[in-house]
Design a protein around this ligand. Structure first.
Ligand code: NCD
Length: 303
């Protein structure tokens, strides 16, 4: 029997494996634009979201259906046995009998790893608290590769670097591509030391600053994130950092011509809508790339 391939964190993939997934996503992209295929015909994906989601849930759904597969979704937790007190381990054990793979989003860091220990089918981490979001990272890498350049990219990660799971997994991945990383955050929301240590040990140059203006003119990619309001123990602390950064047309006056601006979305004020039409804005394309990249991931774990 082939071992189960779970997708829990990005470090469990080598650079070669990541490149293979991105190549596969590029092959599958025409299908994401509107054709269908039968690659996953007869397969069922279960989506379990214990936290809100728009793009991740629906792009997994679209990816599965474009590949000829089916999706079962347990809906809001209030409508499932979670409301009766069922624990995650039991829910996961049962899902293995209904589906060929499970996509799980959960507010607790480590939940996906724990779920994988109880699962008879592959578990794909769609975000575990402030931990990681590896499939977002794969689509982020795909976007950078397609819209800019990935190897030795100069990139600024901006905003909530403490609680933002997308930037945690992205930082780990960028260390495999010799990136030069600028970490832009208020003091309260700096990147955790464990991740910075990992970057430094991988030979990556990191620069920390609070000031977005310091980096706009030097980077190829500006990756801005939402302040993760739901992770703050105290609403007062959130208020103090809520509007730390906002990209406007004015912010970009010193930007390189080919700078790209990325955001995992949803945005809640970090990018002025006036920027949407500029040549720099790629965040809506980025969210579309979630479909081919998740097709590649699904075909890898179930194909
Ligand atoms: C992100 C998440 O859930 O971590 N959203 C997403 O999956 N595209 C980012 C966020 O919620 O801020």
């Amino acid at each position: 029997m082939k071992p189960i391939r779970h997708v829990i964190n990005i470090q469990s993939f080598s650079r070669d494996e990541i490149d293979t997934i991105l190549d596969r996503a590029a092959q599958l992209e025409p299908i994401a634009h509107g054709t269908t295929s039968d690659i996953l015909s007869g397969r069922i994906l279960a989506t379990l979201f214990y936290e809100p989601s728009t793009r991740t849930r629906l792009s997994f759904d679209a990816a599965m259906k474009r590949l000829g597969g089916d999706v079962i979704d347990f809906g809001p937790t209030e409508g499932s046995s979670v409301a009766k007190g069922e624990n995650l381990a039991d829910t996961i054990s049962v899902m293995g009998g209904y589906a060929d793979a499970i996509v799980l989003r959960h507010p607790r860091e480590g939940a996906a790893r724990m779920a994988s220990e109880f699962s008879s089918v592959p578990v794909i981490n769609a975000g575990d608290g402030a931990g990681q979001h590896p499939t977002q990272t794969l689509l982020d890498l795909y976007t950078i590769r397609k819209e800019s350049k990935l190897n030795k990219v100069k990139i600024a990660l901006v905003g909530d670097l403490k609680y933002g799971r997308t930037v945690h997994s992205l930082a780990h991945a960028l260390s495999m591509y010799s990136a030069e990383i600028y970490l832009v955050a208020p003091d309260e929301l700096r990147m955790p030391d464990s991740i910075k240590t990992n970057l430094i040990e991988s030979g990556i140059r990191i620069t920390e600053t609070k000031d977005l203006d310091d980096v706009v003119g030097v980077v190829d990619v500006l990756y801005i994130t939402r302040i993760q309001k739901e992770r703050f123990p105290d609403p007062g602390e959130y208020q103090m950092v809520a509007c730390s950064y906002k990209i406007t047309e004015d912010t970009l006056k010193n930007a390189k011509d080919d700078l790209i601006i990325m955001h995992p979305l949803p945005r809640v004020g970090e990018i002025d809508p006036g920027v949407d039409k500029s040549r720099h804005a790629v965040y809506f394309k980025q969210s579309f790339y979630g479909v081919p990249v998740r097709m590649a991931i699904l075909s890898m774990v179930m194909g």
